[in-house]
Design a protein around this ligand. Structure first.
Ligand code: COA
Length: 163
């Protein structure tokens, strides 16, 4: 789980991970404090190399919304992003979640592969539809964000039965 003290390192990791939008340092502090139990950091030798921010939307807390996934170029291709997602979903703070939702731009192949891989591991359906449109929502300044919806996940008891 992140701590507020991780905020500056999270901010600089995001800046180093285009095409992620760099958000305010203050916003990242809120994620590292108010939303710490639904966010995750990964460190190696004291260096922050991975980050996922997410939360359960107040209007529909049975969903887990994943906002940004960032893995330093120095740690890519090692399965880190996938392991961070799996670790988050295993947390007590995400008990009762039936779906993971996220948004991805059409051309972000690594991100689609990450979420399709997660759906495969969960043996859960995967659906994709445009959510935030380039013209309507971004005033032509950002590519359309497509929503990926993964779920429903198997109920805990069914999962236990399978093991
Ligand atoms: C996307 C990102 C988080 C992936 O991190 P990672 O730790 O290297 O990912 P993983 O090693 O867990 O790989 C997950 C899947 O993506 C695939 N993948 C990773 N990089 C890829 C690439 N550049 N192109 C295509 N597929 C890729 C892997 O093969 C794996 O697929 P598999 O499960 O079918 O084997 C990382 O590339 C990144 O930070 N990119 C910049 C920021 C970004 O685009 N974030 C996502 C938007 S929310």
């Amino acid at each position: 789980m992140p701590r507020a003290e991780d905020g500056p390192a999270v901010t600089s990791l995001i800046v180093d991970c285009p095409p992620l939008d760099p958000n305010s340092a203050y916003c990242n502090l809120l994620q590292c404090s108010h939303f710490a139990d639904t966010c995750i950091v990964a460190e190696r030798n004291g260096r922050l190399l991975g980050w996922i921010s997410g939360y359960r939307p107040p209007s529909n807390p049975s969903r887990f919304f994943v906002w940004q996934v960032a893995v330093s170029a120095a740690a890519r291709g090692e399965g880190l992003a996938g392991r961070m997602l799996d670790a988050l979903l295993a947390r007590p703070s995400l008990r009762g979640v039936s779906h993971l939702i996220t948004t991805v731009t059409q051309d972000n192949e690594a991100s689609w592969a990450l979420f399709r891989g997660f759906a495969r591991r969960q043996n859960a359906p995967f659906a994709k539809a445009p959510l935030f449109d380039r013209d309507i929502h971004f005033a032509d300044k950002h590519d359309t964000e497509w929503q990926a919806e993964i779920g429903p996940f198997l109920a805990e008891t069914e999962n236990e039965k399978r093991t």
